[in-house]
Design a protein around this ligand. Structure first.
Ligand SMILES: *Cc1c(COP(=O)(O)O)cnc(C)c1O
Length: 367
């Protein structure tokens, strides 16, 4: 495992930001490639050969005007991560983890995943020519499983939850010396995910939104964006302003929502986790305290959404915006509506909803 050997908590990458600030400027960014590699000064990859490219990042930030007007929050935008390779934002994290593992000389990669992370690992491992071992819960929808096997990964189905898959991976890693790319168990996935924070700032004309809604499982994106904002301040790109971060979960698995309500530093594992939204079915996350810290420091909150409401709101997003969201993405709209109703949101804020993946791999849910 690649956690801190002293405290067994996640390691986070640090950069010489004074040096980076010399070249990472608004002017230079304007001329760079339309991918997350535009932020190379603040990414961990050291060599060109390990910069794997399948078209990751620089996804559209769409003004969802008709949707916003319908719900009473006209400045609602959707960051559409479904356009990433393998159809989800997991590509951002895995391109970095796989590239760095390759650069460090790893020979085989492994991941426990209920869905999109496995597909992204399989794609990047294929591109760079490393074997990938994927451990998935037995009930994983076939689209996720077939994607991995067609991308050349070795897929093992486990009778249990994602946490049981994690235990299997740990066993195999110890036996065979594979590189474990589990969320926050190596420091690089978060580095890829943080680029979402840089992108929305650039795409909003060098401004941050008032509120970000993020569907939270392991929390890499949320923690990553929060880290990005601190880096951006040190780079002189922004001041001390921050968006309020809203963590969105399923009522069937809401450890972060419960920890927010109880005011605890860590989140208790969620017993009997259930959700149709595979990305949200994470009963316990190593980075729980980092998520809770980010949400609290930002003045944000955490909201749980019923699975049925997600499925329903997915159709509203489809009908109003032309985006076919995954249930996790649709959960952000359901949470936004809840917070408009409760008065936590006023309706005049600029709000970014993260559609973290394509609805296509989940089409069976509406069939
Ligand atoms: C993994 C995943 C999530 C949760 O992301 P984290 O950064 O791990 O919290 C949300 N939506 C989708 C579609 C996912 O695949």
């Amino acid at each position: 495992m690649n956690l801190c050997p002293a405290c067994e908590k996640p390691l986070l990458a640090r950069y010489d930001l004074t040096e980076a600030a010399r070249t990472l400027t608004r002017d230079s960014l304007a001329k760079r490639e339309s991918s997350l590699w535009r932020y190379e000064e603040v990414l961990p990859i050291q060599t060109r050969a390990a910069q794997i490219r399948l078209g990751e990042g620089w996804t559209p930030l769409l003004h969802a005007q008709a949707l916003g007007e319908e719900i009473g929050c006209p400045n609602t935008l959707i960051k559409d991560e479904s356009l990433n390779p393998t159809g989800s934002f997991k590509a951002r994290g895995l391109v970095m983890a796989v590239g760095r593992a390759f650069e460090l000389g790893a020979t085989e990669l492994a991941i426990p995943s209920a869905g999109n992370a496995a597909g992204a690992l399989s794609a990047y491992a294929a591109k760079v020519g490393l074997p990938a071992h994927v451990y998935m819960p037995q009930d994983v929808p076939s689209a996720f499983r077939v994607e991995c096997s067609n991308l050349g990964a070795e897929v093992t189905l486990v009778d249990g939850l994602i946490t049981d898959c994690g235990a299997k991976v740990r066993e195999k890693v110890a036996q065979h010396g594979w590189f474990d790319v589990s969320t926050l168990k190596e420091p690089y996935r978060i580095e890829g995910k943080k680029t979402m924070g840089y992108e929305i700032w650039e795409q909003l004309g060098w401004q941050l939104p008032d509120v970000i809604f993020y569907p939270t499982g392991g929390g890499t994106g949320l923690v990553g964006m929060w880290k990005a904002f601190d880096e951006m301040e040190q780079l002189g790109l922004i001041g001390g302003e921050r968006p309020r971060m809203v963590s969105v979960q399923s009522t069937g698995c809401a450890p972060i929502v419960r920890a927010m309500e109880q005011g605890t530093e860590f989140a208790e594992p969620w017993e009997g986790a259930r959700s149709l939204a595979d990305g949200l079915r994470v009963p316990s996350a190593v980075g729980d305290f980092l998520m809770l810290r980010a949400v609290r420091e930002s003045g944000g909150t955490a909201v749980a959404v019923e699975d049925e409401v997600m499925l329903h709101e997915a159709k509203r997003i489809g009908r109003c915006t032309g985006v076919f969201p995954c249930p996790e993405g649709a959960a952000t709209l359901a949470a936004q509506i809840q917070l408009l109703e409760s008065g936590w949101l006023g309706g005049d804020e600029t709000v970014v909803l993260f559609n973290t993946g394509s609805g296509l791999k989940y089409a069976h849910l509406w069939a």
